[in-house]
Design a protein around this ligand. Structure first.
Ligand SMILES: [Cu+2]
Length: 453
């Protein structure tokens, strides 16, 4: 581990970017030797075995995929050392946390990048509680080798001050797609596909089974860390009681058979283990299951080949988790956000626009502290988009014209040709990035900056 000040100085003497990189941390100060951090994240190229004989080389955190689970406590400050062993600048974003822009981990908000070979230390006070995650916010680029195409992601669970605790065991599952390549879509533009997919860094059959006992209530915390793909999750013979979305408890903890997670979405759901056997939990769609995106659940005393019957249908509706009777609130102002794409020719990636502008061309969108802003996500493109707002959560207020309340999110999938409305009560001043979480879309202009007036 190279954390000495000498290394920092060598980095800092190289470029202005490296000097900027020191802005957020103690490295500016030559006097005080800091106490050891609560956590340390080392970013480096890693040879990772998805399955015996199937190795990939990718950047990862601390040599493991996913990165280690960070268990933080709401309101208890945490310090994190980040060391970048790569030959390119990196940045770590704390997805779902309501923290200041200088530590949020977004260049566009003013967080410094960590120079090649450099390091920094950040500190923040975790809020809100629940299931969140940390991941690179660097660009993916055309080669599909950087950004979220790598293994640079991990879960962060912020314990609430009062833990509800109505479960016997907890399991954390991170979905990710690997070995990306371009294929031509029907209209001739390029889309990203993958050879393999994993849960917790291993292909189906190559993870240790999750061992359970009949009657147990297991709380699954699931994250889709894919760079670009939405995923379904099913667990044949069992149902999920969804208690939180994106870390925020839902108004109605409804029970469902299948889960859908757009890139960056999280679901916390309790499963009562009432069907003894050996089962597969994972992507029900054949293409993704064959690519490896599943894990085995084994009841005590049971053995044999994992059973994997298909769900009757794939269904997901955010409204299932909303208040029984939607609360009606009047916004103070309305912000229309129209999503469109421009075809760039056969064999090219599309250009993406919000209100007709590709980032960074548009002017910042102004927020007013304390006011209720109604964001109107109007998707006039042919793709679904997982829309993300940094440093805040918003409340869904309508989907395809149907009202709802009681579902807080920081990512929402806005399906093609539809409109989703969400209320943002602006309460965390500072620049705030708004973007599609699909890596190839955000890289191609699908971003905007929100700025407090
Ligand atoms: Cu998108």
């Amino acid at each position: 581990m190279r954390t000495g000040r000498r290394d920092f100085l060598r980095g800092a003497s190289l470029t202005a970017a490296a000097i900027l990189a020191s802005g957020a941390g103690w490295t500016q100060n030559s006097q005080a030797a800091p106490a050891s951090p609560d956590y340390s994240i080392e970013i480096a190229e890693t040879d990772w075995e998805l399955a015996p004989g199937k190795k990939i080389r990718t950047a990862a955190y601390n040599g493991q995929i996913p990165g280690k689970l960070l268990r933080l406590v709401e309101g208890r400050p945490v310090s994190i050392e980040i060391v970048n062993h790569l030959d390119r600048a990196e940045i770590v974003h704390w997805h779902g946390q309501w923290i200041p822009p200088d530590v949020d981990g977004s260049m566009e908000e003013g967080s410094p990048m960590i120079s090649p070979g450099g390091h920094t230390r950040i500190a923040f006070t975790p809020r809100p509680s629940g299931l969140h995650w940390y991941h690179t916010h660097a660009m993916g680029h055309r080669e599909l080798k950087y950004g979220l195409f790598t293994g640079q992601s991990g879960m962060m669970y912020v314990e609430p001050r009062a833990n509800p605790g109505a479960y016997d065991d907890e399991q954390f599952l991170v979905l990710h797609d690997w070995e990306p390549y371009y294929s031509a879509s029907d209209d001739g533009s390029l889309m990203v596909q993958y050879v393999s997919g994993s849960i917790n860094g291993r292909l189906l059959g190559h993870n240790d089974p999750i061992r359970v006992r009949e009657g147990q209530r297991v709380l699954f915390h699931i994250l889709n860390a894919s760079a670009t793909d939405p995923h379904w999750v099913a667990f044949a013979g069992h149902k999920f009681q969804v208690i939180a979305l994106d870390g925020r408890p839902v108004a109605t903890p409804a029970t469902v058979e299948t889960l859908r997670l757009g890139p960056a979405e999280r679901i916390s759901a309790v499963v009562t283990m009432n069907a003894p056997g050996v089962w597969v939990l994972g992507e029900p769609r054949a293409r993704f299951r064959q690519a490896g995106m599943g894990t085995v659940i084994e009841y005590a005393g049971q053995s044999g080949k994992p059973q994997n019957p298909q769900p009757a249908s794939l269904a997901w509706d955010y409204r299932a988790f909303a208040d029984a009777v939607p609360a009606v609130r009047k916004p103070d102002l309305t912000i229309p956000l129209v999503f469109t794409s421009r075809f760039q020719g056969h064999g090219a990636v599309d250009r993406w626009m919000i209100n007709g502008k590709s980032f960074p061309d548009g002017a910042p969108i102004l927020l007013h502290e304390g006011l209720r802003h109604r964001l109107i996500f109007d998707n006039r493109s042919l793709d679904d988009h997982p829309i993300h707002l940094h440093r805040h959560a918003f409340e869904l207020v309508s989907i395809r014209g149907a009202a709802l309340s009681g579902v807080m999110k920081d990512v929402v999938v806005v399906e093609t040709g539809t409109r989703v409305e969400a209320d943002l009560v602006a309460s965390n001043p500072g620049d705030t990035l708004f973007h599609c979480h699909q890596q190839d879309h955000m890289d191609s202009g699908f971003m905007a900056l929100f700025r407090y007036a």
